[in-house]
Ligand binder design. Structure first.
Ligand code: MN
Length: 375
């Protein structure tokens, strides 16, 4: 399978194919870094290559502006109509490509490069390694197989994906192979300090104010009684929600608040974290994290989303009566813009998550909070 991937790319270069490298919607540095790195390496061989992802308006999120190779980017509507080969990077299913699922379906040759364990079976050739810490390390191996050199730009884009998908080298994905790949990329010119800050640490001042608001109303919920959660009786979830009004009040967009869930991820009394973020249409996009035995990728998949064991997400549509009509019609109940409808709606989403967690919780206990008390 993997030799097919290299063979396909060799053919693309030799035969002068028009190649489109597609990242998934709401791009992070693994999907976009992988696409840009592969794009830079292929272009250096003379290949005809463009990189794209679906976003309206088409713009690279602030946090990814440091990634090299952005002159390869084309908006979906600017793509050549006759791409010979489409390669997807870090997309677990066609719907993760958004509007780019159509040009992929129309392409005569397709290649899927990914590391999601729960991925859909799509694409003619699949280079998928569920044990790889990031899609970018799968790309690194592909470049090795193609005999393409690493320069500082390619290494930077690949390292960014690796740093993101290992949670800055602290998640369970941080294997010896992850560190070996990191060492190679740093030797090739990736700067861990610059990339580390770019990926995890730099935020607007408005974000600090938003953190004050949304962390101030964070809650702890448990699959059993909260009192039992730390005693091996279940799981506890630290959660909050972010409304459109919160974003507007602090001058932020959804792309700026990806890190909120990571603060809750470290809550001692919880082994799970979730943040529900309100979408412009009144629905929600939900980020999930696990620091214990619960596979939030499986939880998210059961709720229509996907991801990895420790990091995952799903979307919840606005549904039913009494659901939020958006910040504009909901009554403000306190100084930080919390609204009754939005709190209730987020709470329902959390209940669905907890139902999933208890439903698949064959074994009991092993809660991080309990371990923390012994420490
Ligand atoms: Mn990834």
């Amino acid at each position: 399978m993997s030799s097919d991937a290299a063979g396909l790319l060799r053919r693309a270069v030799v035969d002068g194919w028009a190649v489109g490298l597609f990242a998934h919607v709401n791009p992070d540095s693994d999907t976009l870094g992988s696409a840009l790195a592969l794009g830079l390496a292929l272009r250096a061989t003379g290949a005809d290559v463009v990189v794209s992802f679906d976003a309206a308006p088409f713009r690279v999120p602030d946090g990814l502006a440091f990634l090299p190779g952005q002159d390869l980017l084309k908006a979906p509507r600017e793509l050549p109509a006759d791409l010979d080969l489409v390669v997807t990077l870090d997309a677990a299913a066609p719907h993760m490509l958004g509007a780019l699922a159509a040009p992929m379906a129309a392409a005569p040759h397709t290649l899927v490069v990914d590391h999601h364990r729960s991925g859909a079976d799509f694409g003619q050739v699949r280079l998928v390694d569920p044990d790889a810490p990031s899609t970018s390390t799968v790309v690194l191996e592909l470049l090795d197989r193609l005999g393409l050199p690493l320069d500082a730009d390619v290494a930077t884009a690949l390292y960014a994906g690796l740093a993101t998908d290992t949670g800055s080298f602290r998640q369970a994905t941080t294997s010896p192979a992850a560190h070996r790949a990191a060492a190679r990329l740093v030797e090739a010119g990736a700067d861990p300090t610059v990339i580390g800050w770019s990926v995890w640490g730099i935020h607007r001042f408005g974000y600090v104010g938003l953190l004050g608001d949304v962390l101030g109303r964070a809650r702890l919920s448990a699959t059993g009684a909260v009192a039992d959660a730390g005693e091996g009786g279940g799981h506890a979830l630290a959660w909050t929600w972010i409304t459109g009004a919160d974003l507007a009040r602090h001058g932020l967009r959804l792309e700026h608040v990806e890190g909120v869930v990571d603060v809750l991820w470290g809550v001692l009394e919880a082994d799970l974290a979730a943040v529900a973020k309100q979408l412009p249409d009144g629905g929600w996009t939900v980020s999930l994290r696990s620091r214990g035995p619960v596979d939030v990728g499986a939880v998210a998949m059961a709720l229509g989303g996907g991801g990895h064991r420790e990091k995952a997400g799903f979307s919840a549509r606005r549904d039913g009566t009494g659901e939020p009509g958006g910040g504009a019609v909901a009554a403000v109940t306190d100084g930080v813009g919390e609204t009754v409808d939005e709190a209730a709606s987020a709470s329902k989403i959390i209940d669905r998550i907890l139902d999933q967690v208890s439903g698949r919780d064959g074994r009991r206990g092993r809660l991080s909070a309990a371990q923390g008390r012994q420490a």
